[in-house]
Design a protein around this ligand. Sequence first.
Ligand SMILES: Cc1ncc(COP(=O)(O)O)c(C=O)c1O
Length: 381
Amino acid sequence: MTEPSIPFFSPSLFEADRETALRLVYEIGTAPEQRFILGEFTARLERELAAVSGAEEVVLCGSGTGALTMALAAVGVGVGDEVLVPALGCAPLAAAVVSLGAVPVFADVNPGTLTMDPADAEARVTGRTRAVLPAHLFATMADMPRFVDLAKRYGLRLVEDSAVAQGAVLRGRPAGRWGEIGIFSFVQVKSFGMPGEGGALLTDDPRLAERLRLFRNHGQRPGERFVHRTVGWNSRFDELQARFQLHRLPGLADRLARRAAIADRYTERLAPLAGRGILVPPGGDEGRCAYVYTVLADDRDALSQYLQVRGVATHVYYPRPLPRHAAFARYAPPGARWPQAERACARILSLPLHPGLTDEQVERVADLVEEFAGCRPVSHR
Ligand SMILES: Cc1ncc(COP(=O)(O)O)c(C=O)c1O
């Protein structure tokens, strides 16, 4: 198959930073202290992310999945506890729960935002429910005010999966700052992605932060070795990546603005297709994270194919609800349905959205989607 002319992910994510990356490999690799994990750059990045987000504490760790697992453990989720998670989303949402011996209870999603529906989640609360784990997905933050309220009313712990939502703001409060703990992922395709694996935990609670620092390094306190105060994980942050992220942090706002501008342009071009079987995601700035641009298309597979043969790569995040995967099927009560998640899985299609796209490429994608919907004459490019 030929390479798409408009790839889904940027083919040159860190092109502009290549020389810096090489220099940092050399500098850190040859520095006398030979410190490669959890050193001064990790600590500095933690402070800078805390300053940007307003969190009292930021704890960097090995991945977004590690962050979710440790966050749930830190708030006390353990064997037999139930945790409310969205039925539509990525595997780590359920896997983190299962890895602690707890039970994911899948709630359906809101058909407009495609994030967990607070009313459906509430209907699934039982005496064993310990925590609720809403996730910001696609372009939209979950309805955090209602999840805060739900957690309060039932005495649940609230962990916020903001892996994809760095930079989004809802009612003046940034993503990652609504839960008792919020998390980010820095895997390469995320908004603050990097050439490797990493994640962050944000909290205002110093006791939670202390537990998280223990957890990420096998139960050892910072600076302490071979004193294991609890069983933890190896989820440490890499010094080279920390130094690279310190270099990339000042450009993040511009990259996020470019993503948002592309999303706005898609919406401007594609919103008129609502009567032709293609729905755009919620617009505006409020609670919006321009991480992926996901339309709902009645004839999704045909649209995807139409774009693909014309050189535009798309992605289906996510082809099936979590409880419909073999890994999680045992947590799906017999006969249970998640109608909105199931309907969304048959219709969702994400278009290319990354800061490296040119205006011309964005127009080309929009032209083709319009063309597919029958709104413009077929081009012969
Ligand atoms: C919503 C969400 N949560 C959690 C994760 C896990 O992050 P990571 O890939 O860094 O483990 C991801 C990304 O893959 C994600 O999209």
